[in-house]
Design a protein around this ligand. Sequence first.
Ligand SMILES: [Zn+2]
Length: 550
Amino acid sequence: MRPVSRRNFMQGMGSVLVLPLLRTEEPETVLYNGNIWTVDENQPRAQAVAVSGGRFVAVGSNEEVLRLATARTRKIDLAFKSVLPGFNDAHAHPVQSGVEHLRKVACDKDSIEKIQAALHERAAQTPPGQWVLGFLYDDGKTPRPLNRHDLDAAVQDHPVAVQHRGGHTAFVNSLALRLAHVNDETPDPPGGRFEHDAAGHLTGFLGDAAAHVVLEVIPEKYTREDFRQGASLISKLFVSKGVTSACDADATPEAVQGYQDARDGGELGMRVYCHVSARSLDHFMAAGIHTSFGDEWVRIGGVKQYADGSISERTAWLSQPYVGIGNNYVGLQLASRDELYETGRKAYAAGWQLATHANGDLAIDRILGVYEQIQKELPKRDPRFRIEHCTLLTDTLIQRMRALQVIPAPFSCYVYFHGDVMHFYGKERTEHMFPMRSFLDAGLRPTDSSDYTASPSHPMMWLQSQLTRTDMQGNVWGANQRITLTEAIRCGTVNGAYAAFEEDRKGAIQPGHFADLVVLSLDPFKADPSELLKIQVERTMVGGIWKYQS
Ligand SMILES: [Zn+2]
C-alpha cells in the first residue's frame, strides 16, 4: 500500500480509517518460525503472524509476514513450536472459584485424613464459632465419601461446610446442621436431599436445595476487593493452561464488577462472557442491559437457569434410575417447566440469549420444549439457544436440537477426570453422554468446557478425553463418541466463540481476530492421543500480549 493511495482513500472515507491501514503496514509484533494450526479453513497452516492493536493483521509464511516488519517491529522467533488459537472455556465459574481459592481450604485430596488435617489446620487459625469452609472436594477421589463424623472429629468448635467441586452438593459437620436448624426429622426441601444413614441419622451430605439450606446461614460476605482479586487470580490460572476466553456461567452483579475492576487494573488475563444468574436478571434488565453488552474483555452473555442437578454428584434428572443407588432414584429437578418458560420468555423478548443448565435426558427434553415454544411465539433468525452441559442425549433429542440449532456446551474432560462416577450411569448409557460424535454428525456446534471447579480448566485434558474416551484408570466409556483432534480443537476455539456471538473476532488465527494464541511444548498432531495431557503450554498471548510464560 502506497502513501498516496492511503491519502486518496482517507479523502473519501474520513480519517478514522487510517488506523487499520497503518496497523497493516507496521505490525507491532511478528511471530515467525511457528508451526501454527490456525483453525481457519482458508489457511489451516501458517508459519508467521503479524500483530497490531491486539489483533492479527497478517497470517502466512515467514517470508510473507516478515516482509511487513519495520525497524520498530518486535520480532519473536517461535523456534518451530506448535501454536494454536487460545482456547475458550465455554462454561466455568471463574470469579467464584477465584474467590474460593483465596478464602477456602482446597479439599482436592485423595484421602479423608488429608482433608481432615487441612480443615483442622485452618480451624486452628480461625476464631471459634466462625465457619471453616472447604471447596474442590471430590468424593470419587477418596476411598469413601466424607461424612459428618469425619468433620466432627477434625474440627470441634467451628461449623464446617465442604463443597463438592461440582458445586451442587456439600458435606457439613454437626454444628453446621444445628446452626441451620436441620435435624433427622427435617423434611427434604423441593429439589434437595438430606442424606440419612440406615439408622435414619443425617450423614452430613446435602444435595442441591438441601445444601442451600445450610450454606445460606453462612455469613459469607465477600467484598468488592475480594472479587477483583478473585478475577485476577483465576484468570492467571486459566491462561497458564492456554484458556484465553471463558464464559462465566452464573455471574452475579458482584462477579461482573470483579471482572471489570480486574480489567481496569490491568490484571484480567482472559476475556469473559458472563451469563447472568436468573435471580439477578431483573437488575440487569432494569439497567437496560442485554446479551452482548460490554467490550472485548468483559461482556454480558445469556441468562442462566437450572433445569436439574449435576453429573459428577449424581443429581442430574434421568429417565432411568442411577445404577447402584436404590429406590429408583432418578436425580433432581431444579425448576418447573413454568419457571423455565416464564423467565426464559421474559429474557428472550428483551434481547437475551437463553442458556439453561440441563444434564439428564428429562431435563434436556424439558428445556428443549421451552425453547421450541418460545421460538414459535417470538421467532428470531439466529437465537443460539444454549444448553449448558447437555450431557445425556437420545437420538430424538439430538434431532430436536438440530431443528433449532441449539448449542450444546458439554463437559470436555469428564470421561477422563470423573471416570470414577461413570459406573453410576452404566456402560450403555455413557455411550450417549457428552456425545461429541453425535453432536458433530448432526451438524451442531458443541463447545468445550470445564465447569471449573467441577473439572479442570485444562484444554489438553479436554482433547485427550474427547479423543480417547478413556479415564485415569484406563477404562473406556463410550468409544463410539470419540472425535478427531482437528474436531476437538475446533470445538474448543471457534465453537466457543460462536456460542457467544463472537466468531467474527475470536477463535481462529486469521487477520482481524484478536491476537489470542498458545505456544505448546509439543505438536499435538504428532502426539499419541493418550499422552496429550503431557503437552505443556509454554506461553499464552491474549490481545497481542504474553499473559503467561512458563
Ligand atoms: Zn456450571
